[in-house]
Ligand binder design. Structure first.
Ligand code: BT5
Length: 313
């Protein structure tokens, strides 16, 4: 949101404030104040005016300005009711030189998972992509995927859903293999330098799992009832931001919430299948698997949990 509009909104939130007072406080003309108020009303903010002045009476449930309002992280939010893929849009913004943008959608018509798999994205979800230009080598990008998974788990837990992480990018409901969210990280750059990074997170928020093809999906709605998507998205983005600005904390936080550690796993990697016990995760996000033939570090692949934690060995 434009800076002045944000200031007007902040002033209205602690209102009531009269038009002339607001104009003086922000160094604007009264006509300009009125224009900002109208523009905010147009995007869904409820602004009441009476004898005492203007006052913010309601914030729209889910839209860019609403998510940006009160967001304690330095990102602008570009919202779409419907878009093919927020990752594709963020990549487009990357070619325009932008950074620190969250592309957010209510519905995606061409959502993507890893390896070009389809990602079902009906209306009611939280489908978002964060565009960054971090000063890191490409080898470090898996850390951002892990950070996004941790941030999603934290936001889900605040929404009363006990979420855990399956390496590398799935968020599941604890004690099950039901998938609540996934992360798709994409980057552009050179061998030793990242130019842009797009971290896409898809969360089945207020959606009915029956509308998601295939087995094994669940949603925040199915687990704990509808969530306030505005608050949820803000928590997710804020947690992600605080993790990425303190990268040392990412692996410990991930380990704390990992469902994969201590489990027997089968990982389908580009170099073949790896089966054994997942015993750790190491920088920058590789899974350490104790196999019959010794320890193997896996940097990428699809992981399957072979039996429940604490099960028979
Ligand atoms: C992922 O892929 O888990 C990454 C998903 C990332 C989606 C976000 S939404 C915002 C941004 N914009 C995009 O276009 N993408 C990102 P993967 O691990 O490959 O899992 C894909 C598999 O999960 C599919 O093959 C299905 O089996 C299953 N699946 C598809 N849609 C699902 C959903 N909504 N919930 C749970 N599982 C789903």
């Amino acid at each position: 949101m434009q800076e002045t509009r944000k200031e007007v909104l902040d002033a209205l939130a602690s209102g009531p404030v009269s038009g002339p007072d607001l104009a003086e406080e922000l160094g604007l003309s009264r006509a300009a104040v009125w224009k900002h108020v109208e523009a905010l009303r147009e995007v869904g903010f409820e602004i009441e005016s009476d004898g005492d002045g203007y006052r913010l009476a309601g914030v729209p449930e889910f839209a860019g300005p609403a998510v940006e309002f009160g967001l304690e992280a330095p990102y602008t939010v570009e919202y779409h009711d419907s878009i093919p893929s927020t990752n594709d849009r963020a990549r487009e913004l990357a070619t325009e030189g932008r950074e620190n943008v969250v592309v957010l959608a209510d519905e995606q018509t061409g959502g993507r998972g890893r390896l070009d798999r389809a990602w079902a994205s009906p209306s009611g979800g939280v489908w978002l992509s964060v565009l960054l230009r971090p000063d890191v080598p490409p080898t470090e990008t898996p850390l951002f995927t892990l950070a996004a998974a941790v941030a999603t788990v934290r936001a889900a837990r605040e929404a009363s859903v006990d979420a855990v992480i399956k390496w590398p990018n799935d968020v599941l409901v604890a004690g099950s293999e039901r998938k609540l969210a996934g992360v798709l990280t994409e980057m552009g750059g050179e061998a030793d330098r990242v130019d842009w990074l797009v971290v896409g997170v898809g969360v089945n928020a207020n959606v009915d799992p029956a509308t998601i093809p295939g087995e094994g999906a669940t949603s925040l709605r199915a687990q704990a009832g509808d969530v306030d998507r505005r608050a949820f998205t803000q928590r997710l983005v804020e947690e992600f931001h605080s993790l990425r600005t303190d990268p040392e904390g990412i692996l410990p936080a991930w380990r704390e919430r990992a469902a994969t550690l201590g489990r027997r796993v089968r990982v389908d990697t580009p170099g073949g299948e790896v089966t054994g016990e997942a015993v750790g995760v190491t920088y920058p996000g590789s899974l350490v698997v104790e196999t019959a033939g010794g320890r193997v570090e896996v940097t990428a692949g699809d992981c399957e949990h072979l039996r429940p934690a604490g099960g028979d060995s």
